[in-house]
Ligand binder design. Sequence first.
Ligand code: BES
Ligand code: ZN
Length: 457
Amino acid sequence: MTPQDYQLENKERFLEELFDLLRIPSISADNKYKDDVNRAAGYIRERLVEAGVDKAEVCETQGHPIVYAEKIIDPELPTVLVYGHYDVQPPDPLELWDSPPFEPVIRDERIYARGACDDKGQMYMHIKAFESMIKTDALPCNAKFMIEGEEEVGSDNLEIFVKENKEMLAADVIVISDTSIISNDHPSITVGLRGLSYLEVEVTGPNRDLHSGVYGGAVANPINVLSKLIADMQDDEGRILIPGFYDDVVELSSGEREEMAKAPFDLDEFKRDLDIEDIKGEEGYSTKERVGIRPSLDVNGIWGGYTGEGAKTVLPAKAHAKISTRLVPNQDSDKITELVQKYFAENAPDYVKVKVTPHHGGAPAVISTRSLGYQAASKAFEKAWGKVPIPTREGGSIPIVALFMEVLNLDPILMGFGLDSDAIHSPNESYGLFNYYKGIETISHFYQFFTEMSSGN
Ligand code: BES
Ligand code: ZN
């Protein structure tokens, strides 16, 4: 029996097990869910043991645990290290889900649940691909798994874990499925990710909430002030006006931009999917460039004052916003955080106090297409999908990727199988059954090609 036969035979169970994992609300950002996060780690450890690893442990950290497992069949053979995450983003706003986020269901050949694609579905494909190879005596090399629970909150503890366990994590390639392909007709391999700097801003005005009639017009309103500070951070052409923000941005050559433009992209389809009349971004760049090679700045949340039902006339004492910037090579996350802090400190008027608290950050990454890992991944896609995958740069961040490159000296292979329309981080996140099963197949081909190519066959 081949791994593919085994995958077909066990299709239903592969899905049921993923459903059990999706039922666990492992939301890393919210401490209320700590027990669920731990439960998800335990569940993954058990499934890895069943799949056939020699060793599997839940490693405690200062934050959420990391599941580490390995199967060493021969130290002389190459080793594939799989990285993934079992934590998910908060499902809010709950009322916009058509079915509850932690009660997975299938509609139109798609799995609907928080984490269906990002990253439980994509991570679990690796465990099932591994199991299929083990159970059919087809695992061609060694395998290691490192599945964390803090990716969605910046991977701070994973950084420590990686630095402290370099030897245990030694491998010939790192494979990650936590990104997207262009479409099911155009498979692709991600070769670029943006970095991130995330901060929270608090603007304080008077010492208490005031009657907006008694005081309105005479005392600064923190929400008005914060809105203006935010609006002034960007011009009408979509350029970010924070001094020094673009200093380290690497501009691509016209040749590189032409190469990027060859990847298929349907702007009408893009607008239709989002139900928008038009797009908006930095002048002079295409949509693909705006997310792939240009930095951006977004308010992720803004609050203050009265937001309950009906109307309350109030001049609030405080206003808050969560702001993120997405970064490209060679911008440095800490440096950008300082620049944003400085912007608020220097531009906040005297009639308010402003406090900026940095959250997490991460470095951007660009991955070579010349490595053996990339070539093996390309062949694996070609075999499973019948098409050579296109290298693409994506706008999301996986903070640990740059660290892997630096500390373990390995280029991670970003072999993701999601689609932009999967609505990750949004209500009604979903993942195609086709992608789930095709991904499992592609991953098993990858092991085969990588092992063959490593030995020069
Ligand atoms: N899977 C995403 C990253 C991603 C999505 C990469 C789409 C490429 C295409 C990952 O789980 C994620 O959401 N990362 C966070 C990182 C942050 C919280 C440090 C992100 O990008 O917001
Ligand atoms: Zn995510």
